[in-house]
Design a protein around this ligand. Structure first.
Ligand SMILES: C[S@@+](CC[C@H](N)C(=O)[O-])C[C@H]1O[C@@H](n2cnc3c(N)ncnc32)[C@H](O)[C@@H]1O
Length: 217
């Protein structure tokens, strides 16, 4: 994988009609809703493999509850992590950006539970077993009543029916599943009925498979 792969991937956001920009609209809309339905007080938002965190900046920057948001953003690439720092600061949000391997839960588990967890652009880049392990870990990371927003392409073999079932198996209720028109992308939104407070996720929950192209062969 070329080092600049994920930086180049983010360039697709420059075209507002690209499938990734249209996916961003849905993620941002659902994040704004999740923030809006959070209980009074601090709203802890975690983004796993956050890229430049534009979803949080877009959805929360001018949200009525922006001052309640405390974002934790985990991104391995130094350039993207630095872009996230600037974007979140420009949006006026309280945030800590961790330039770290998000596959290791130890990085962000101590601050769980979170009100909202974003895991976007991840499930298409890890193998199915890791997706299953990660869905299980999400039930430890989010608070009871909290929201997970996830994405995944629907190219064959379409894993989204299994992912949706795995969320149900872990005690989530699906709030929505949104295929992105004229693209293989999709966004899922799930709310946790009861947190797995005592369960501890395995320390490594996923490993990216290169640029994702070989993750599901
Ligand atoms: C497909 S992009 C998604 C970025 C962002 N979530 C979005 O939807 O715009 C995947 C991101 O995961 C990051 N990444 C890859 N492996 C990672 C790891 N082990 N820990 C943290 N970030 C990782 C990449 O650098 C890249 O920014």
């Amino acid at each position: 994988m070329a080092d600049r792969h994920w930086i180049d991937w983010h360039r697709n956001y420059e075209d507002p009609s690209s499938s990734i920009s249209r996916r961003l609209e849905v993620v941002s809309r659902e994040l704004a809703h999740a923030v809006g339905r959070s209980p009074k007080g601090l709203i802890k938002v975690l983004s796993i493999c956050a890229g430049d965190a534009r979803d949080i900046a877009t959805a929360c920057g001018d949200h009525a509850r922006a001052s309640d948001v405390a974002a934790t953003v985990v991104e391995l690439d130094t350039e993207l992590a630095s872009a996230a720092v600037h974007r979140l600061a420009a949006a006026g949000l309280r945030a800590q950006v961790l330039c770290a391997d998000a596959g290791l839960t130890a990085t962000y588990l101590p601050e769980a539970p979170y009100d909202v967890v974003l895991i976007c652009g991840v499930f298409g880049n890890i193998n199915s077993e890791d997706v299953r392990t990660t869905v299980s870990a999400l039930a430890c990371l989010v608070r009871t009543g909290g929201t997970v927003i996830w994405t995944r392409h629907r190219r064959p073999p379409d894993l989204t029916p299994s992912i949706r079932q795995w969320f149900r198996d872990e005690g989530f209720t699906e709030l929505g599943f949104f295929p992105i028109p004229e693209s293989s992308g999709s966004v899922g939104v799930a709310v946790l009925r009861r947190r797995h407070a005592l369960a501890k996720p395995t320390s490594r929950i996923f490993t990216f498979v290169g640029d994702g192209a070989d993750a599901h062969r």
